[in-house]
Design a protein around this ligand. Structure first.
Ligand code: 5GP
Length: 201
């Protein structure tokens, strides 16, 4: 069984990651999502264990001490982390694992796991990003300005990513990302065993 591919997807808050990732899951049944741990409050409609594992700060700190995270980051004043075992087990099972994480976490994942594919989703424009974020109405005024201010710094970190996709039509964005992930299975680096059958050592 060949190991799956670790895919990191980032983009500013309000860019439409949720919709794109839902469509991606419908297109490709080898994709699984890692559920992150967070100390932020649960939003209406979110389920513990499905959207996030919601923990308090002490629980989060304990997990950090026990080396249970692949990466952690402080985002908009709360802590977020990717559970390591869950991700490595799914990769070993041949699944392509998607991490929807911030730009700091993405760099940390790349350091620990250089084969990871880093994909950045851009909004159609900054104005559109603002409209979407205000329009969804899930954040307090304070959270809203925090997220809008961070968008700038996040955009500056695109240089750390391998791919960038502008999200105009969610279906098209999902198709492009699906193609990127499927193509990654055919790199020479991932097919050493196959190549060996033809050219030996
Ligand atoms: P939200 O609170 O809107 O669900 O997510 C806020 C930000 O935290 C998003 O940019 C999201 O990508 C990021 N995030 C979610 N989970 C993780 C994680 O496990 N690690 C890191 N570094 N960022 C995360």
């Amino acid at each position: 069984m060949k190991k799956g591919i670790l895919v990191v997807i980032s983009g500013p808050s309000g860019v439409g990651k949720g919709t794109v990732l839902k469509l991606l899951r419908e297109r490709n049944d080898n994709i699984v999502y890692s559920v992150s741990v967070t100390t932020r409050a649960k939003r209406p409609g979110e389920t513990d264990g499905k959207d996030y594992y919601f923990k308090d700060f002490d629980q989060f700190k304990n997990m950090m001490h026990n080396n249970e995270f692949l990466e952690t980051a402080e985002v908009y004043g709360d802590y977020y982390g990717t559970p390591k075992k869950q991700v490595l087990d799914m990769l070993d099972a041949g699944k392509d694992v998607i991490l929807e994480i911030d730009t700091v976490g993405a760099v940390n994942v790349k350091k620990q796991y250089p084969e990871a594919l880093l994909i950045f989703i851009l909004p159609p424009s900054i104005d559109e990003l603002y409209n979407r974020l205000v329009g969804r109405g899930t954040e307090s005024q304070e959270q809203l300005s925090l997220r809008l201010n961070s968008a700038d710094a996040e955009l500056k970190s695109i240089k750390n990513y391998g791919y960038v996709v502008k999200n105009e039509v969610a279906e098209e964005t999902a198709e492009i990302i699906d193609n990127i992930i499927r193509s990654a299975h055919y790199t020479v680096g991932r097919n050493a065993k196959l190549i060996k059958q033809f050219v030996g050592e």
